[in-house]
Design a protein around this ligand. Sequence first.
Ligand SMILES: Cc1cc2nc3c(=O)[nH]c(=O)nc-3n(C[C@H](O)[C@H](O)[C@H](O)COP(=O)(O)O)c2cc1C
Length: 193
Amino acid sequence: MKKIIVGISGASGAMLGERFVSFLLKNGHEVHVVISSGGAAVFQEELDIRDLKKHYRNAKNLYLYAAGDFAAKVSSGSADMDAMVIIPCSMSTVGAVANGITLNLIHRAASVCIKEKRPLILVPRESPLSPIHLKNLLYLSEIGVHIVPATTAFYHKPKSVEEMVDFTIGRVLDLLKMDHELFTRWKGKLGKR
Ligand SMILES: Cc1cc2nc3c(=O)[nH]c(=O)nc-3n(C[C@H](O)[C@H](O)[C@H](O)COP(=O)(O)O)c2cc1C
């Protein structure tokens, strides 16, 4: 069982955050979720979900924090968290994290992960990317933050949006060293014969 902080910001792709949290809960991990006001708006817009607590009812290992709650457990480096994933990650949140600005608890928890040298994974979504976005993402990658773009591959021949989303989630789980069967791995051409 791992203790994972999940930041959900206001980028398109609420399904990524929703399915990622569901996977972690189903697999017995302790999940600490912070959703920004933008994230909440996109959840409502794209998934018609207004209340995360209600949505994940019966989840015993789920902890939800308000984005403005800087006194929350995950705000401190002394909390024994294993990793943080921001999924989906807006360009605003990318900019804040890259520049050490902590306007909400997602930024603060990410800043803590960086200073404690704990795994931090961002799943950014924007298109096209401006030079500002690219510079921020490059800088974060250079200091050890994993950047997993919210894009799918096609070699596993996805048949639904869920399968496309699960490819990205699977790549995040690979970085967290969690077993999953969310997509069929490429085995090389010889493996197909
Ligand atoms: C429906 C919708 C989709 C959005 N999609 C994106 C997106 O894909 N990427 C992005 O960077 N911002 C997107 N935004 C804008 C962000 O929500 C906005 O910049 C917000 O301030 C981000 O704040 P946050 O990072 O604190 O959540 C979207 C907004 C809405 C309402």
